[in-house]
Design a protein around this ligand. Structure first.
Ligand code: COA
Length: 396
């Protein structure tokens, strides 16, 4: 708890970063050190037995889908994958900005979602049915935005422009296909699928809270999701999966091709001395480890092992870094650390890691927007004033 600094400020106290503050209720998810639960189902159970489509339905609709409901839901997603021409034109126009680096994929995805809102016939409606329709359309279309964007960056013809991909592929498999033009192996498909399950929802995290604040003014779904994407981009939040991989690449550049443990540890000691935040480590809630991290680490490592020594070496370096963080700082990796390595060994371009996070978290955000709209009260906290004492404008 901090107290007001200015002499004229009231004797109020507050918690920096709202740490530990209970900001509301939710039926969607429980994030605790003991367990991560989506609407009653524990994350290991979901990662082992469910698909992303199962989890998306669970989050958006509120219960586990029956066989018929699931089939219908999957068909709806597939039918909504293709993008309006105006969005494709925007993505083409953004190509030079992506290439010269003035824009990164998260920025372009944010704008594409905003344009999708301009073109959605339900855009201005916030009733439950309209919100659910929009949530499904966004869930279906975001992977297509990511895929087309990557094709444009790579100078390839767009994959599946008319259809939004291959109707025989799952959401996860089609995402990979749209980005690369290649059908994923069963191992790749399932690994992406599990990563989407793990990323789908996390209660009042920064981006979801941002989406609820926007929805709380009775603003619309696309606006709330656009704001949430901006919040997720930051390296303290979703941007950490890209930043974690960038950090591992930096270590590799600095220490050379072999995993010399002493050199890695020296690199880390220098980072500690510089008080550098190591990306993919730490968490506001999970101080004793993130449930999701070992699940994804295991799957990513298996892909590396199937590929050979160079890819395994990346995981071994990550494991040395992890062990040292735990031993010397008592800080555990979060899900973004193994995510960076996992997507890397699958050949996914680093700047698309956080957009892929969006392709999953859209379901959690949309569920929260619907929950907020269904039982709304404006979210408007207060602050402690620490500015100048009262003065007269005309005396200045
Ligand atoms: C996620 C994060 C923002 C949580 O922050 P928080 O709850 O505010 O935690 P704090 O910043 O209070 O951290 C407590 C202590 O651990 C240190 N710490 C936390 N995460 C750290 C990290 N990744 N690297 C180095 N030190 C870290 C802090 O410097 C602080 O040390 P101090 O007490 O000596 O000042 C923070 O851990 C972080 O920046 N991690 C890196 C980014 C990341 O991976 N984000 C994805 C989260 S899922």
């Amino acid at each position: 708890m901090a107290t007001a600094a200015a002499s004229n400020a009231p004797a109020a106290s507050f918690t920096r970063g709202l740490e530990g503050v209970v900001a509301g209720e939710t039926e969607i998810c429980s994030v605790e050190q003991g367990a991560l639960i989506y609407r009653g189902y524990e994350i290991h159970d979901l990662a082992q037995h469910a698909t992303f489509e199962d989890v998306a339905f669970l989050l958006l609709v509120g219960h586990r889908a029956s066989k018929d409901e699931l089939r219908f839901f999957k068909d709806e997603l597939i039918a909504n994958r293709a993008l309006p021409n105006q969005v494709v034109e925007y993505l083409r126009a953004a190509g030079p900005m992506l290439k010269d680096g003035t824009a990164v994929p998260m920025d372009v995805l944010r704008t594409a979602v905003s344009i999708l809102g301009n073109m959605d016939k339900d855009a201005q409606k916030i009733d439950a049915e309209a919100n659910l329709r929009k949530a499904k359309r966004l869930t279906a279309k975001i992977p297509t935005v990511i895929g087309h964007m990557q094709n444009i960056i790579d100078g390839r013809d767009l994959v599946g422009q008319e259809t939004g991909g291959d109707a025989n592929l799952s959401h996860a498999g089609n995402l990979y296909y749209m980005m690369t033009g290649k059908k994923p192996s069963a191992q790749y498909e399932r690994t992406i699928d599990v990563s989407l399950i793990l990323y789908a929802e996390h209660d009042y995290n920064a981006s979801t809270f941002a989406s609820r604040v926007i929805a709380g003014t009775l603003s619309d779904m696309h606006g709330a999701v656009t704001g949430a994407i901006a919040a997720l981009k930051g390296p303290l939040h979703g941007g950490a999966n890209e930043a974690a991989m960038d950090m591992l690449s930096e270590i590799r550049r600095d220490i050379g091709p072999a995993n010399d443990k002493a050199k890695i540890e020296a690199w880390m000691h220098k980072a500690f001395a510089e008080k550098r935040k190591l990306m993919g480590f730490g968490h506001r809630v999970y101080k004793n480890g993130d449930h999701r991290a070992p699940i994804l680490h295991g799957l990513g490592r298996k892909i590396a092992e199937a590929q050979g020594a160079e890819q395994v070496a990346l995981f071994e370096m990550g494991e040395i870094v992890q062990a040292q963080m735990l031993r010397e700082k008592n800080i555990h990796p979060n899900v973004d650390f193994p995510c960076g390595m996992t997507y890397f060994v699958m050949g996914i371009p680093v700047p698309q890691y956080t957009p892929i996070f969006v392709a999953s978290r859209i379901t959690g955000w949309a569920a929260h927007v619907m929950e907020q709209h269904a039982n709304n009260r404006l979210i408007r906290p207060v602050s402690v004033y620490t500015g100048p004492a009262l003065k007269k404008w005309k005396d200045a």
